[in-house]
Design a protein around this ligand. Structure first.
Ligand SMILES: Cc1ncc(COP(=O)(O)O)c(C=O)c1O
Length: 441
């Protein structure tokens, strides 16, 4: 069965009678008029359809905790939606923990990840009664135990391991290969367990965690990941007499940015995981564990689009035609960071069949600030509304104020209604943290 991560557009996308693109029953040109551009637009039905697909796909394996990887898109509203959908949260900073707590999220359903959690991050997590912490390294084991001891708490922990699996995705978003900044090497696990047993009495080791990468299209890597983890669980049981009952498999399921991408469905993802659990629990004679999965991109990526207004243009003599939009690398770092490609349309010219090759540039003082290179679009005119699909993940969450450009607003659309979920940043907010020392006055 096809799932929304296999489509480029949100499930409610249509062309309306004005010849404009409509998402969630809202005309994108009207949204541009009402809220200004750049604007992030999230289709609530697509998000909920994806969370439902995840739940349905895993219904035969009831011991799965679905955790939304908040790094993909974190706001208070998304926390509310995730809770309503029965998802927990995978959080990776004090700021994400604070946001979830401020949204009234049940923090016992949250998990804390990261490779350099600070004392303050850990204290905040413990004070919020976070459900589980995934420990990344020896430094953190000691720090976490100290904080837990001073708070008189016992903390459920997973050990994050690097399983040595290389997936075919961009180097910057591979994480499970051996030379990675994340997690314990398998050869370090015995030492970590001895420390937990002998010294770190406030840590309760319940399982292992791995995350092999992001924007993954293959199934075999998940099978291999489960093989490595279950084998390690058997080894730990034999060597230390400890039975680990929980396993976090990370996130990573890919989405379709352009026609070149061919991601697997959420059902195929669930099948490969549940089949591998069957196979390797038998092979290594271990009980089937409670599983965590922590998808981010596949939950919000397809649901989100960004609209811009076209501004200046430049025809290089005998070269490219550039059209610049009113945003760029500050609202979407992915093209300049790892050459990410997108599908683009003109929201107010959806039925226009003319085509020319253009390059869409951002407005930042950086030659690398190109959002889409050599794409075919109807002839663009100043004031047109340019829609970039699949920007829902790692767009807003990686946004910056480079060149002091303001961060855009975000709206949630559903059944013809649009609601602001992030206000457009103001110039006052931009300068709010700046301080002029007395001696400069
Ligand atoms: C530990 C961990 N879990 C989950 C995710 C989410 O991955 P994705 O958005 O590809 O599903 C990431 C992303 O980098 C991660 O580092």
């Amino acid at each position: 069965m096809n799932t929304p991560n296999q489509n480029i557009k949100p499930i409610t996308t249509k062309i309306n009678s004005n010849g404009n693109i409509e998402i969630g029953g809202c005309d994108l040109a009207e949204l541009a008029n009402k809220y200004g551009t750049p604007l992030y637009i999230y289709d609530e039905q697509t998000i909920r359809s994806i969370t439902k697909s995840y739940k349905d796909a895993f219904k035969n394996y009831p011991m799965v905790n679905m955790m939304f990887a908040a790094k993909a898109f974190m706001t208070k509203s998304i926390c509310k939606i995730m809770r309503q959908e029965g998802f927990g949260l995978d959080l990776c900073s004090g700021g994400e923990i604070y946001t979830a707590k401020a949204a009234g999220f049940d923090m016992t359903k949250a998990l804390f990840n990261g490779n350099n959690k600070s004392y303050d991050d850990i204290l905040l997590a413990i004070k919020c009664d976070i459900g589980t912490i995934s420990v990344d390294n020896f430094f953190e084991l000691a720090l976490l135990n100290n904080v837990a001891k001073s708070e008189n708490k016992s903390i459920r922990i997973l050990l994050r391991i690097t399983p040595g699996i290389e997936c075919h995705t961009h180097e910057y978003i591979q994480t499970g290969h051996l030379d990675s900044k994340f997690g314990f090497d398998l050869t370090q696990i015995d030492e970590a367990i001895e420390l937990i047993k002998d010294e770190y009495k406030n840590l309760n080791l319940i399982g292992l965690h791995a995350h092999i990468g992001s924007q993954i299209f293959e199934t075999k890597v998940y099978n291999d990941e489960i093989d490595v983890i279950f084998k390690e669980i058997k080894r730990i049981k034999e060597k230390h007499g400890i039975i680990l009952k929980e396993v976090n498999l990370g996130g990573g399921l890919g989405i379709k940015y352009t026609e070149k991408d061919n991601p697997i469905s959420i059902y195929d993802f669930a099948d490969v995981i549940t089949n591998a659990i069957d196979t390797y629990s038998k092979q290594y004679e271990i009980e089937k564990p409670v599983i965590f999965i922590e998808p981010g991109r596949s939950i919000v990526g397809t649901a989100g689009v960004t609209i811009y207004t076209a501004g200046s243009s430049k025809q290089v003599p005998h070269g490219r035609k550039y059209f610049a939009v009113d945003g760029g690398m500050s609202d979407n770092a992915r093209p300049s960071l790892y050459q990410a490609e997108y599908t683009v349309e003109i929201a107010n010219k959806a039925n226009d069949t003319t085509q020319e090759e253009v390059t869409i540039a951002g407005k930042h003082c950086e030659s690398g600030d190109i959002l889409a290179k050599d794409i075919k679009l109807p002839i663009i005119e100043e004031g047109d509304i340019i829609c970039f699909y699949t920007t829902g993940a790692y767009g807003y969450s990686m946004s910056s104020n480079y060149n002091r450009v303001l961060k855009p607003a975000a709206v949630l659309v559903n059944n013809g209604k649009s609601d602001i979920i992030i206000n457009r940043q103001s110039y006052e907010q931009l300068c709010e943290s700046d301080v002029i020392p007395e001696r400069l006055n």
